[in-house]
Design a protein around this ligand. Sequence first.
Ligand SMILES: C[S@@+](CC[C@H](N)C(=O)[O-])C[C@H]1O[C@@H](n2cnc3c(N)ncnc32)[C@H](O)[C@@H]1O
Length: 212
Amino acid sequence: MEILDDKLQSYLDVHCDPEPEGLQKINRDTYVKVLKPHMLSGHYQGRVLSMLSKMMQPKLILEIGTFTGYSAICLAEGLAEGGILHTIEVNREMEEMISSHLKSTNVENKIKVHYGPAEQIIADSDYKNIDIVFIDADKQNNFTYFQLIIDKVRSGGLIIIDNVLWKGKVFGDAKDTDTERVRKLNEQISVDERVEKLILPVRDGLLLIRKK
Ligand SMILES: C[S@@+](CC[C@H](N)C(=O)[O-])C[C@H]1O[C@@H](n2cnc3c(N)ncnc32)[C@H](O)[C@@H]1O
């Protein structure tokens, strides 16, 4: 089940900024060459990420789950002068494609890609005062990533977690393990007093979490 019906989504797509030409090419390239291309954020969610980033004017962004680079490029659009986006991807086979996609943009020198398991890379890092974190990798570890980064995010910083409506299954009768895990994540965050939170019904559900 899609969260938004097709007519509404088409209306939203038409009435937001067009997908920049470079991102259109990356989108198409991903659909032609990569398995599970639907994992890419896409036009509308990409514009949401870009808008949030431009409003925050971040100096430091951390992304967990690079895939083909689409969302990293959208988020990097809002970086403040001298800002940097670190993105983590476990699958080394993506390296050539990520590198060619980043080269085709004007934000290549603001994006640093790290290859390896995110949990280890974050544990080994000394990130602090992060402005924005986008969590979009292996969904079963979403809460682990939240716990790992919460103390590295500045007060007022934003954490975004993707796919928290799980195709609508979270508010239906589904009892499968993945759905139960997403429900548990949403419940854990909803009672966490260190943060303000709301879910945007964008694509598969974006959970926005603002650190107090
Ligand atoms: C949903 S895709 C990311 C989509 C991308 N953020 C976008 O919107 O265009 C998830 C990515 O996370 C990567 N991934 C999965 N487990 C990971 C892990 N433990 N550490 C880092 N990356 C991981 C996958 O290989 C995949 O490329």
